[in-house]
Design a protein around this ligand. Structure first.
Ligand code: AKG
Ligand code: FE2
Length: 328
């Protein structure tokens, strides 16, 4: 199964053109893995800029001098004034980048600086391979469906991002698991605000995605309805490869817009069971760099293993993000 691609190259020795091609390969293979990379912050930030990440993200977890680098860590970071990075706790359930956001970045990169002693894998699902193997009946049924995506936090339903569709359907997510719940005592109010704000990120009102999200809002919003949704195509056509793949962030899904409600549960259960077969679990070693697509894929992280004294083992990944249009 074509779930990930390993490349035997050293980024420090590549030309800019070769570096850009690595990002492009992510569109074709979903996950691209490079081992034994020795990158300084300057080099990693420069590579991410080549892949198109040029703007600041204005969030506490980005390095103040290299804004392309975000810290995913349970360590307290001197670079962040002693704060920990993003996702500093426990297990991260199945998700993809910016599920509820207007215009989330197409790819995420993780570069392992400090792995845990015992395994703390990131597990990846490949929505292109999963889609290929669906039965023709199911393919026909879901061809034009939008996933009705939401979360069940009250603050989300009070949010006023321009892309949110208002609907009368109660936000009853079809799974009882949650991707990552952040209750008020786990992040500071400022951090909670950063996490909230990034859902509105976008490439500007003239971008194709912004216009399309506004069009959807107009078409599917019910005036005066109480609950907020994001609609995304379940069968996504990749902008680089034109391949079809599942966009199915199944821990945030209430239903499918053009399928009768009494069929949602069975279809959902079938798709989740099928999708979970297309996975690759990555056991991190220092120097591993993984690039992974977010438009037709999902990922999760295993719980942090503990030390003998009961504390979590340290783990530090340098994260990056980019859009395909950027440098690719
Ligand atoms: O910590 C991990 O392994 C995954 C982090 C993650 O989900 C992300 O950076 O998007
Ligand atoms: Fe993630």
């Amino acid at each position: 199964m074509n779930i990930y691609k390993e490349l035997d190259i050293n980024l420090s020795e590549c030309t800019d053109e070769q570096i850009k091609n690595v990002a492009r390969l992510t569109a074709y293979h979903s996950n691209v893995l490079l081992r034994n990379q020795e990158l300084s912050k300057d080099e990693y930030a420069r590579i991410l800029a080549l892949w198109g990440d040029k703007t600041k993200h204005h969030a506490w977890y980005e390095d103040p001098d290299h804004h392309q680098i975000q810290y995913v860590t349970n360590r307290s970071m001197p670079e962040l004034g002693g704060k920990r990075g993003i996702f500093p706790r426990g297990e991260l359930e199945w998700h993809c980048n910016g599920t509820l956001a207007l215009d989330p970045e197409d790819c995420v990169t993780l570069y392992c600086k400090v792995p845990t002693k015992d395994r703390c894998d990131t597990i990846f699902l490949n929505g292109v391979e999963a889609y290929k193997d669906l039965s023709q009946d199911i393919k026909d049924k879901i061809e034009n469906s939008y996933c009705m995506i939401t979360n069940d936090l009250r603050s989300f339903h009070r949010a006023d991002f321009p892309h949110l569709i208002t609907r009368p359907e109660k936000p009853r997510i079809l799974s009882s698991d949650r991707a990552y719940t952040i209750s008020e005592d786990q992040v500071t109010p400022e951090e909670a605000q950063d996490l909230h704000n990034i859902q509105g990120r976008n490439r500007g009102k003239d971008s194709a995605i912004y216009k399309e999200m506004m069009r959807r809002k107009k078409e599917y919003s019910v005036e005066g309805a109480r609950w907020k949704y994001v609609y995304k195509k379940l069968v996504h056509k990749h902008q680089v490869t034109n391949q079809k793949g599942l966009y199915f962030p199944f821990l945030n899904i209430v239903g499918f817009h053009d399928i009768p409600e009494e069929e949602w549960k069975d279809l959902y259960a079938h798709l989740v069971e099928h999708y979970l077969k297309y996975q690759y679990s990555h056991d991190w070693k220092a120097g591993d760099l993984m690039l992974f697509d977010q438009t037709q894929a999902m990922h999760k992280r295993q719980p942090f293993p503990l030390k003998e004294n009961g504390e979590q083992q340290d783990r530090l990944l340098w994260r990056g993000i980019f859009y395909y249009e950027g440098g690719v």
